[in-house]
Write a protein that binds this ligand. Structure first.
Ligand code: PLP
Length: 447
């Protein structure tokens, strides 16, 4: 077969059209238009195979390339590691695995154990399995139910979709796993009017408590939440929410599992999103920004207490009977280690916080001018613009119009995102997650 990597854009596009089944999209339009093949990236910019340049305001489409493209030091570290020792799993560890775990834990007071996997979905599955195993081992099968929130997303596998609060993503994939219970979201802008007000955060958390009481607290093992709901429409938790959530979890002895797959590694302006709300989770999962897309790695990080629940040499099923084959790839932790060093040395958490503020300022100026902007939300370099028919009605703009805004940005060579369709009407939020290296000039262009 001819070498498709040679200078043959049309050949590559034809091969893609003929054989690649792309994620997330409807393929029918590819009968008349070509897929975009991205061939190069540097910083915040990418180039397609026909030489067109884009400003990437979505970090690789799904908020992953936190440190930006073209980081030679990550590539070098991965290459050196692969040549020396590419892989080992099970009881045998790797130097990179130990070093990255130690560095990661140094940023996560209260947590101490790192379980390696490959994707956000898988990391969340690990957490769910831990909760279920603890339920069987220590609670006689009680405390096995897992709460998740409307509009949150925790992954694409059937288990993770069972904890999925975005209806469109779940449609046609059921039946799902039993024992996952939905609780309400915390988006004041679209909340029932009688709940809105200065104590909305506490009321939204109390709505979770009401579900716990309805199900029976001794049935609930864990509550799984995104710190800032990402794909569900950039929902920044209201004041008082997390404090109350933590209090409720402690009161009913419920493990708090925070899904940092998007927010982790600086995205919201601190190492982890939950650290801005003063909460102390029992389990934290992360993926995308862990190695910024330079390698496939995710982790499920726990307290020593969760880890200890699996220590019983006399019980043949007492350990965590789970594996991730590619959790043994040394390329993951070695890329993650370099990624963390870059974030630290270049002050990217701080830049994310500062540029995030600047981005929101820019959007708020737009908000003043456009009736279609219902609300601007964000934390660090994750921001959303909720588009509505009018401020009065707060009725979401249709998906088609949101798509048009995205298309117009793209025509201007800027890639922006949109929330995932949930219950009809929830797909009206434009999403922005540029790399954490963004400058004021980049932000000005995005705005
Ligand atoms: N959790 C959250 C909050 C996500 O946004 C995603 C993906 O977008 C996932 C989990 C699933 O991650 P992955 O696609 O790596 O399985």
């Amino acid at each position: 077969m001819d070498d498709l990597r040679s200078n043959d854009p049309e050949g590559v596009i034809a091969a893609d059209k003929a054989h690649v089944w792309h994620h997330l999209i409807q393929h029918k339009p590819f009968e008349t238009i070509d897929p975009r093949i991205i061939v190069e990236g540097k910083g915040m910019r990418v180039w397609d195979i026909r030489g067109r340049e884009y400003l990437d305001a979505v970090s690789g489409g799904v908020w992953t390339v936190n440190v930006g493209y073209g980081r030679e030091r990550i590539a070098d570290a991965v290459r050196d590691q692969l040549v020396k020792m590419c892989y080992f799993a099970g009881a045998s560890g790797t130097v990179a695995g130990a070093e990255f775990a130690e560095r990661l834990i140094s940023k996560m007071p209260g947590l101490s154990r790192v379980y390696y996997a490959n994707s956000g979905s898988e990391a969340n599955e690990k957490a769910f399995k831990m909760v279920r195993a603890i339920s069987h081992k220590h609670h006689g099968g009680k405390k096995g139910k897992i709460l998740y929130r409307d509009r949150d997303y925790h992954g694409t596998t059937i288990g993770a979709l069972s904890a999925g609060g975005q209806q469109e993503r779940n449609a046609r994939f059921g039946p799902f796993a039993p024992g996952f219970i939905e609780v309400p979201h915390c988006l004041e802008y679209q909340a029932q009017p009688e709940l809105a007000g200065p104590d909305y955060g506490v009321k939204a958390a109390e709505a979770i408590e009401a579900v716990i009481l309805r199900e029976g607290p001794d049935e609930i093992g864990a509550l799984c939440l995104e710190p800032v709901t990402a794909g569900g429409g950039c929902i920044v938790p209201p004041t008082g929410y997390w404090e109350k959530v933590q209090e409720i979890c402690r009161k009913y002895d419920i493990l708090l599992h925070i899904d940092e797959v998007v927010c982790g590694l600086g995205r919201t302006g601190t190492w982890f999103g939950y650290q801005q709300f003063g909460v102390e989770p029992d389990i934290v999962t992360m993926a995308k920004g862990v190695a910024s897309g330079y390698a496939a790695i995710s982790t499920c990080v726990t307290t020593e207490a969760v880890f200890d629940a699996f220590k019983d040499a006399d019980d043949p099923l007492g350990h965590f009977r789970d594996i991730s084959t590619f959790g043994g790839c040394a390329s993951g932790p070695v890329a993650a280690l370099e990624n963390m060093k870059i974030i630290e040395e270049e002050g990217l958490c701080e830049n994310s916080a500062a540029m995030g503020e600047y981005l929101l300022e820019g959007f708020r100026k737009l908000e003043a001018k456009h009736e279609a902007i219902g609300e601007v939300r964000g934390l660090g370099l994750f921001a959303g613009i909720e588009l509505v028919e009018s401020r009065e009605s707060r009725k979401p703009l249709t998906e088609k119009l949101v798509g048009r805004v995205q298309a117009e940005a793209l025509a201007d060579d800027v890639m922006i995102g949109a929330a995932n369709r949930s219950v009809p009407g929830y797909n009206n939020v434009l999403l922005f997650a540029p790399a954490l290296i963004a400058t004021r000039d980049d932000i000005d262009r995005i705005v």
